[in-house]
Design a protein around this ligand. Structure first.
Ligand SMILES: NC(=O)c1ccc[n+]([C@@H]2O[C@H](COP(=O)([O-])OP(=O)(O)OC[C@H]3O[C@@H](n4cnc5c(N)ncnc54)[C@H](O)[C@@H]3O)[C@@H](O)[C@H]2O)c1
Length: 490
């Protein structure tokens, strides 16, 4: 209720040049009265039976290619089974917005706020499990832009439709690297690292350029070499780069795409857990300077993201563990079912986990593409984490390992000893460090914290956790407290 299904279906149908049908309106015509009146005179059960019959009929032999379904119709197992042969699109809407649009009106199930909230929470997992595609912003304009892509979703793949500023793009999660299917037109110039090149080729690329693996290669020198190789290979403005690899490749290749001929498209094809749950989304690209991590870069939203969790099968265990630190970070930001899953110790890395993490990040980016506010929650654990990486010349810790340590410092600064203890256990269970190498110079880490890119007006704002799902940004912290948090990493 209140998600905008009727308007969305009309917008999709208009974009595709076909007809839309709304099962609620159709039902009212059949019943010869409004849903509200039928509900009142016959009760919910009779209404649900009539609804089930009509929706089943429509799904068996669709009279129109785009159908908006009554919100409660998926309560019927018969309807759910019939949906299997259709593409199901979910318009994501938070409960507040839905209530603002639908609440307090004549709709029988939207009169009481508490009942409405309970229904929203109860139906959400059902919608999610049925959806082939989730539109993070379900406005009519978004639906119109997404409609073409939603027409072709390969089997075994789910789609998140991301919105960031004026950019919109599909994120495909699942068996995406089967065959030669590519969602973006034009020639593909793949950039990968030498390790990934041996394991996961992207079929159909015009040329494949490689860089050395690892953070040490995330430099302007590497970017310059790749840019010159792209030029030598004849890449033109309507071609695109595909970044096939972990976060390092994604950042460097994305940066090359951002600046090559003042910007060409990039498709992110993440092959590490860090990249699939975090770095491939949101459009931050760049390289490191000796003075600071990610000090040079550009926002450059991808044209599409292709995340295939099967590529993680070749990932060495320590890299998988490093990705887990980002999963824990994301779960702390999301709270709810994702945090519940992570704290249960469920270590499976599957399509649902990647989807849940990607969705959390994309929902944040949708509200603040350029880090001016809400997006800073994504830096949870990163202020100290990045400083540790910088102070150790990017050589001692993997990014994810440093983020794990940064998370523990952030939880100390948040005054959350119990949660810190729990997170330390979750990290340790994956073999991640929970103590800082005694050889690391705390003064160097503190100096790097002071140079943090997120510093504004001379102050570094920290990201603080009030509770899982409740994360605050820009909290000033005294240097002595940061030092104490570092000393606590023992
Ligand atoms: N842009 C963003 O929003 C963002 C967010 C988080 C992290 N990052 C960046 O991401 C980087 C870290 O990413 P990462 O942890 O993926 O590191 P990475 O790219 O260095 O990959 C880690 C290692 O795994 C190897 N590898 C990659 N895929 C593999 C596979 N499928 N099988 C076997 N080996 C494979 C790589 O060759 C590399 O040696 C950091 O530079 C960080 O700053 C960026």
């Amino acid at each position: 209720m209140g998600a905008g299904k009727t308007t969305g279906a009309r917008a999709a149908a208009a974009a595709l040049g076909v007809r839309a049908l709304d099962t609620d309106r159709e039902l009212e015509q059949r019943l010869g009265t409004t849903i509200e009146d039928y509900f009142a005179s016959h009760g919910e059960r009779a209404f649900r039976e009539a609804e089930e019959d009509l929706v089943a009929e429509v799904l068996e032999a669709p009279p129109a290619p785009v159908i908006s379904l009554g919100g409660g119709s998926i309560g019927s197992s018969r309807v759910r089974e019939l949906l299997a042969k259709h593409t199901v699109v979910m318009l994501d809407v938070d409960e507040d917005t839905a209530w603002r649009r639908a609440g307090g009106k004549r709709r029988p199930l939207a009169r009481d706020r508490e009942r409405f909230a309970a229904l929203h929470a109860e139906r959400a997992p059902l919608y999610e499990s049925l959806a082939d595609a989730v539109l993070l912003d379900g406005g009519a304009e978004t639906v119109r832009r997404a409609a073409g892509a939603l027409r072709e979703i390969p089997a075994g793949v789910k789609v998140l439709w991301a919105v960031a500023g004026t950019a919109q793009y599909p994120v495909y999660v699942g068996d995406v690297l089967d065959g030669r299917w590519r969602p973006v037109a034009g020639r593909t110039f793949a950039i990968t690292d030498e390790t990934v090149a041996r394991l996961h080729a992207l079929p159909g690329a015009e040329a494949t350029l490689t860089m050395p693996p690892g953070e040490a290669a995330k430099t302007l020198a590497t970017a310059e070499r790749l840019l010159r190789e792209l030029a030598a290979a004849g890449m033109a403005h309507d071609d695109h780069v595909a970044a096939v690899g972990g976060g390092v490749v994604g950042d460097v290749a994305g940066f090359c795409a951002a600046v090559y001929q003042r910007g060409v498209g990039v498709v992110q094809v993440p092959t590490t857990l860090v990249a699939q749950v975090d770095s491939a989304y949101g459009g931050k690209t760049g390289v490191d300077l000796p003075e600071g991590k990610n000090y040079v870069g550009a926002y450059h939203q991808p044209r599409a993201v292709l995340a295939d969790p099967r590529t993680l099968a070749t990932l060495p265990e320590p890299e998988l563990a490093a990705g887990w630190a980002e999963v824990v970070k994301t779960a702390l930001i999301a709270g709810g079912p994702l945090w519940a899953r992570v704290r249960r110790g469920d270590a499976a890395v599957d399509r649902d986990l990647v989807l849940a993490c990607a969705r959390t990040k994309l929902a944040v980016v949708a509200t603040d593409e350029r880090d001016s506010g809400r997006r800073q929650v994504l830096n949870l654990g990163h202020t100290v984490g990045h400083a540790i990486e910088t102070a150790t010349a990017y050589a001692r810790y993997r990014h994810g390992e440093a983020v794990g340590l940064g998370l523990l410092a952030a939880l100390t600064l948040s005054g959350q000893p119990e949660l810190r203890g729990e997170v330390a256990e979750l990290l340790a269970a994956r073999g991640l460090p929970t103590a800082l190498d005694p050889a690391v110079d705390h003064d160097a880490v503190l100096a790097a914290v002071q140079r943090d890119k997120k510093r504004r007006s001379g102050r570094v704002g920290f990201v603080i956790v009030e509770a899982p799902g409740d994360v605050r940004t820009g909290v000033p912290v005294a240097e002595g407290d940061v030092r104490a948090a570092l000393e606590g990493l023992r």
